[in-house]
Ligand binder design. Sequence first.
Ligand SMILES: [Zn+2]
Length: 158
Amino acid sequence: MGDKKADRVEKVFEELKGKGLISEKRHLKKKNIRNFRARFILNRIYYDPVFTSLDEKSIRFILLHEEGHLRLKQKKRPSKTDEYEADFWAAEQMIIFYGDREPHKTLEMALEKADGMRKKRKSRIWKRKADSHPSTEERRNYVKRRLEKSEVRTWNIS
Ligand SMILES: [Zn+2]
């Protein structure tokens, strides 16, 4: 194990499964899609190999976002609302299980880093695919505003 080249996405995926934050049913698959993506029917989460060098905290948030799509039973192509809901689900898990006090900043960091890595890869397919995700700023602000008015008092958990 020690001499295997570390794939951080696999490592974080197993960590999240161990905590019950990602369902035992899920499978992780590499695919050249320049993104992360969840497929409900197949119980799969896809990721582009370019992201194996992302930092663990960013991977954690993004994998939780994908799991959020699956937990919230968003079976069709996600709408903007679905994206916000998946972000908020991920943010709640970051607060409760990792003591993250500013998950909106974690989201922003993760998306900016992922964008930087994505740009290193050239793909025509990417340009043709419609992306339902709102902008990083919109996503960050949605999570921040919703947490500010949230009834859930999880902020004191260390
Ligand atoms: Zn999404």
